[in-house]
Design a protein around this ligand. Structure first.
Ligand code: KG4
Ligand code: ZN
Length: 339
């Protein structure tokens, strides 16, 4: 049994977990900074790094204690190396490196989005490669063919604002709290999804890329016009219509991608995978495609997912040395191995 102590600090959650064989979560501790950043309507990078620094030691200690393991039982230390906020990433990377050196254990640098994808192995024992992943986080939207650990082929990627970013920015303009995705989902419950026909960027024919900046601009313009004309704004109707526009594009492209790739499984990954409407829309597909997703705690940022992804690297002997660095911008495909 391979036990990996994993650390994640790419954005506004300081997290540590102990994961056995990439599937069994022995502990999963998350110290969220959301209440702090809520005060500013979004993540403030300098505050995020400071809070990571304050939390990291206790979070790792708690993860070890809750796992029932001693450091001697741990086979490797895994840490998110990017992408993310560089000051935040550095806290986890430095701590992970220090632990690996002090304990004389192998170090594994993990791509954050690989973590989101592999989170699905934590609860779906029947999941196996290959599959199509719809990766939708705060900073990335993409449709990725996942052949194996470390073997990825992009079908489509975000060209501008990611899906989560669109939710967050539009929520802010509507006066809804950070993070915007859950706030829009909640407000949308009382609204009419077909009240406003906000634009869907389907892009050129056959493209699996995503673009949500046009939707964001359209909603911001609409809100400005309403305010200038003193017209009432129905937050629930706008929230429901925005959610409908985002979900429709994500779901339609994902289903089309699965049909084209002849796969019967789509795996959801990243914070936006928590969206109920997205899950329902995908599940109602007529092609019999199975849709799977991680439970809420493993959808948004956590360290168990980093432990799941690190297991694949452990098996292949892909270790990092102490020159491992935090990288703010890191395409997942740069890491991808070719056959
Ligand atoms: O993956 P994640 O936790 O962090 C990043 O790696 O970015 O994703 C955070 C994003 C935020 O933009 C948040 O608004 C969005 O996930 N999100 C949701 C929901 N829950 C979180 N978006 C839509 N519906 C939700 N229920
Ligand atoms: Zn994330």
């Amino acid at each position: 049994m391979v036990k990996i102590l994993a650390i994640e600090s790419s954005c506004d959650e300081t997290a540590a977990a102990v994961v056995e064989d990439g599937r069994q979560v022995l502990s999963n501790i998350i110290a969220t900074q959301i209440p702090t950043h809520k005060l500013y309507g979004g993540v403030v990078p300098e505050i995020a790094s400071r809070e990571h620094l304050e939390a990291i030691v206790a979070v790792v200690d708690q993860a070890m204690e809750a796992s029932g393991c001693a450091f001697a039982d741990i086979d490797a230390i895994a840490v998110t190396k990017g992408p993310g906020l560089v000051g935040s990433l550095l806290v986890g990377v430095s701590y992970g490196k220090a632990l690996a050196m002090a304990l004389d254990k192998p170090l594994i640098g993990v791509h954050h989005l690989e973590g989101h994808i592999m989170a699905n192995f934590l609860e779906h024992s029947d999941l196996s490669f290959p599959f199509l992943a719809l990766v939708v986080s705060g900073s990335h939207s993409g449709l990725i063919w996942v052949e194996d650990f470390g073997k990825y082929r992009p079908l489509g990627q975000s060209r501008d604002d990611a899906a989560g970013e669109a939710f967050d920015k539009i929520a802010r303009a509507l006066g809804l709290p950070y993070p915007g995705g859950p706030a829009i989902q909640k407000a949308a419950l009382e609204g009419d999804p077909h009240k406003y026909d906000f634009p869907r960027a389907w892009l050129e024919s056959g493209s699996y890329d995503f673009s949500f900046s046009g939707l964001k601009s359209s909603v911001l313009n609409f809100l400005n016009q309403c305010r200038m004309k003193n017209e009432p704004i129905s937050v629930p109707d706008i929230a429901a219509s925005v959610q409908e526009a985002i979900v429709e594009v994500l779901a339609e492209k994902a289903i089309k991608g699965a049909v084209t790739e002849h796969t019967d499984t789509i795996v959801l990954a990243g914070g936006v995978a928590a969206n109920k409407q997205l899950r329902e829309r995908l599940q109602s597909n007529k092609q019999g495609i199975k849709i799977i997703w991680p439970s809420l705690v493993f959808c948004t940022d956590n360290a168990a997912m980093i432990g799941a992804a690190a297991f694949g690297k452990y098996q292949k002997g892909e270790f990092s040395d102490l020159s491992l660095n935090a990288t703010a911008s890191l395409p997942i495909f740069e890491n991808s191995q070719q056959d």
